[in-house]
Design a protein around this ligand. Sequence first.
Ligand code: AMP
Ligand code: MG
Length: 403
Amino acid sequence: MSNCPPLPAVEVPCRAATGLVLATEVRAAEDVPPFANSAVDGYAVVAASLAGASADEPVLLPVVGEVAAGASTDRVLRTGEAIRIMTGAPVPAGADAIVMVEDTERLDGGATVLVRRAVSAGDAVRGVGDDVRAGALLYAAGTLVTPAVAGVLASVNASPVTCVPRPRVAVLSTGDELIDDGSPLQPGQIRESNRTMLLGLVADAGCDAVDLGIVRDDEALLEDVLRSAADSCDAIVTSGGVSMGDYDVVKAVLSRIARMRWMQIAIKPAKPFAFGMLATLDGTREVPVFGLPGNPVSSLVSYELLARPALRQMAGHPAVTVDRPTVEAVADAGLPRRADGKTHFMRVFASFAADGRVHVASVGAQGSHQLAATSLANAIAEVPDGYGVAPGGSVRTILLSVG
Ligand code: AMP
Ligand code: MG
């Protein structure tokens, strides 16, 4: 995490800011609404003119003007008069309330109006600044720009806004056995899946995923791809080639060209993992490299635990939103395991139950190559070393998606 600080901020039009994190606080430069306006279609009045008005004793007022949204009127309203007004139109000077059209009857071709209800001063008037006050602190730095936040930014003319840009994250797969062109499988070949998955996961985390394809188990080729990725991207995610095999070229190349840390983590799946910093060609910058294991489920779990939080931090997320939410869930059918000195991250389906708690059940096959079962998981249960969780027992669970 300490190697993956937020990227330098940039100015972004508010319409392109959804999904980004604000790098600075935003104060409102303008009031919203900018002027007092009508909340309904109806008639602007002086509330006192309608004192005692009711269905039985309606009050007749002359209609002395009309104001539509986007227009305005210079006519100053006096007691005993009405001005026809539409939703969003400025409240005419002198008026202090709006009576809704449903409580009125238009007479004499619109020259007069019969009002069947009394109103109080302020009724159906949206006051200046009663959504946003000019000068108010709208958003702290670190706020995620949701579509609604972007709408508010637009409403106060806060465009462009200063945001952390989406990290550009290069994703590549390594392995001579991998194909992705749809051709018939030759002996020993498999279809590539991690890159397809990781491109989606990286995009889901709010990054720009850059597809660098499949790279053969060839050191020179891989070195070229990695070096140019460091030049054009903010982070690199590789899959495969980080364990103890003879053709684990990612390990061979990155050991030579980057400052790397090779790890065997006491977790299952996803034991082998590498993290390091790779310099750009001109040496002015270093780019983090996440070396994920090749087994698809291991790739996913190590991405979730070890890469995603760092990428989120680079995207500007504060500590509270860097990680997925976790809950203490109820393990419905139990989550048995054997003791092996590792924490097991079991893929589960989580749902809210009538008791108000999240309940989890295994999605089935838990092998690190069995992505199909894992693909049905919406959560990962963190099962500590030992013999697992008994039926009805409690287990800490990372929620991948909620709902
Ligand atoms: P490796 O980490 O390169 O030793 O690969 C471990 C296992 O994952 C092997 O069975 C590989 O064939 C498989 N594998 C590696 N990369 C991918 C990938 N991109 N898509 C699907 N399977 C992969
Ligand atoms: Mg390999």
